[in-house]
Design a protein around this ligand. Sequence first.
Ligand SMILES: [Fe+2]
Length: 340
Amino acid sequence: MVRYVDLITDAVQSGRKDDAAQSPASAIPESFFSRAAQAPAVKEPDSDRDVYLALWKQMQSIKAGIREKTGFDILPLKEQVRAIAGSPDLLDRLYHYTTRFGNEEDYTASHSINTMIYALKIALRLEYAPEDLEALGLAALLHDVGMFAVPDSILLKPEPLSPGEAEAVRRHPEAGRDTLAPWSGEMPWLAQTAFEHHELEDGSGYPRGIRGEQISEFAKIVGLASTYEAMTHDRPHRRCVSVRELIDTKNRSFSPRVMRAFLEQISLYPLGSLVRLNNRTLGRVVRTHAGQPLRPVVQIMEDADGNRVAEDRTVNLLGNPILWVTGAVSEEELARLTKE
Ligand SMILES: [Fe+2]
């Protein structure tokens, strides 16, 4: 199956991005919740999950409306985005769900929601006004609607795409712009963000290859958030390696201003990722600190001798100068842990 993350990893290395595999709209699958068992032990009220799932259902209904050509409405989304953009606390709680959702086979909706959550966190750091946060949140949720109409025969194809099929995927920014055109009078940034979110700072993006200030800031934020979302889902064992490529200072694909805000808000080691510490213990990231991407809070899962740690033992790397993360766990280590 062609996956967003495969295309995107290649894109960051080559200065080119492409887009996600999509599946038809469907009822929420069992697998949707399967990551919850592996997720960090963070207590959230049920209402936060309801907020996430309400958005998920709205996005699925938009996708169905596009595929079946029955139309769709974005008004309910506006209300939901307003509630989230207006509450940094709610946004922070929803941030925890970005590690739980996004790995299911049909991750169309969760990719959009997670992208919105990351984009809003970046914009908060940039001190956006409340109305701009709302506008950006809606633009982020709808940035990939151009992918919704791409047929599964292309997106679920296990073999490499033919040049014609790849071109169909690469046309999704234009398709998104056209889909959102009816709202361009009132909210021109929706179509603009969809059209520009694969443009890159150095001009190596698509569809137009525009650069720097020619790209709207909404598109720069959503483009980075969307890329990060794709890199941190679906292949957990590659997380940190991929994210390192993303934030490489030699990476000229993203705006330095947006990248700085991103790094100050979102850990280099994402929530839920597995890391090895310098004392050879292994653990899962359960909390991150704004502005301290290298020093998360880690729940220890294995001691230095490889023995499972049963009790609840967490280490806060902030203010702990003798402990640090040496890297993500290897694929072999992850496979061993999953088997146990
Ligand atoms: Fe896209």
